[in-house]
Design a protein around this ligand. Sequence first.
Ligand code: ARG
Length: 469
Amino acid sequence: MKMWSGRFRQPLDPEFEAWQRSFPYDRRLLPFELVASRAHASALEHAGILSSEELSEILNGLAEIGRRAESSPEFLNDPEAEDVHHFVEKQLAALIGDTGYKLHTGRSRNEQIATDLRLFVRHSIDTLQTQIADWLDALLTRAESAGAAAMPAYTHLQPAEPVLVAHWLLAYVEMFLRDSSRLADCRKRANLCPLGSGAIAGATLTLNRAAMAAELGFDAPTANSIDATADRDFALEFVGALAQLALHLTRWAEEMILFATPAYGFVELPESYSTGSSAMPQKKNPDLLELVRAKSARILGCATTLQTLVKGLPLAYNKDLQESQQPLFDAVDTVIAMLPLVTGFMQAVEFNEKKMNHAAQSGFMNAWAAATYLVDRGVPSRLAHEAVGKAVQLALERGCDLEKLPLADLQEIHPSFDAAFHASLGLTEVLALHDVPGGTAPRYVKRALQNARERTAALRPCDPVALGS
Ligand code: ARG
């Protein structure tokens, strides 16, 4: 039986009927639909619509639907079900008879889908937070094991200054900690319960909205029934946060691809996460990294789809909103499949610390330290910059590093160069010079590592509501 056929005299065009169904994809919301239906059924009993016997029949029926769906996926092959809400109603009536049709009393699918999607987003965020914590742990473990190893840091993709490898990895740690906090923030706004909003104007029964919200682990009921049934901000925010996370992954992937090229040679691609070429026998290609870079396109597409969907959409529920489901699912699935892979990659990849260290000591990356040396001797910064620039020019002409220039030549450029100059330009000295919180001086990197470990450890939440039967 359809949920709405009473006022219709003609059957639906079969092609249209099949085309407008969401069950082929919203069936994955079944666990959320079942817990939300339990909460609604309890509220109906409280309101005197269901007897306690009817309530337990309904609850048992809902539990049975959950069990059947889990034990045999074919159970969900229902070509008649319009959507997950219709499916549950049909199955419930098949299991317990007409009492099953009482469950829909005083509610609308408009509030149900809004509730299911909020539960889905919340559950996904909790899964993602654990995955992000694993990914951060992998980055932090690499950072810790890099110890005192250094590498060039680049601006404009030109060698700029040496940094600790750990400092570079901690830059990514910060990005993903921000992603995690964006998701936590999104979870707060998503965690409100639309149940009791009805179709648009609020339920026609005095349902205890606070009790339904509490049962489902929501912080409170939503405040306005029109907004609650029209709102998909939580999905937009969530997929927006996923898009940002995916963008961060592309920056990491791109650097790893570059660093794995022979020109850099900082990274040895793990064979377990690389592929070969069917034509060129010598090739080992960074496919995982390239796909990570590419998947962001898809996630950005999902974010754009969702934004475009609500653009100019009048209040409140419109069927357009059904189209919010697939981009939401696609974005989540794409990120959830990707995070364990990048974590595994990061655990397996090898850093060529010798090459990194070597590269950190060439290319005049100690030039700013050289200028600071003059500044320490009272030379105005702009003049120190000019003097070191001239010294670099001289070293370039002679094909040597800055610290190889004889003192006499340096003193001709500026009299403040003295005998301590050469020793101040070693890698250890240059690193230690950046002695500020957030800088690459080893003592601050050590503190930053500890601090990031603590913030990562705090990320592992647990979903307060048991899903399924
Ligand atoms: N399948 C629908 C969706 O995802 C459920 C809500 C249907 N509401 C309605 N008034 N037709 O949006």
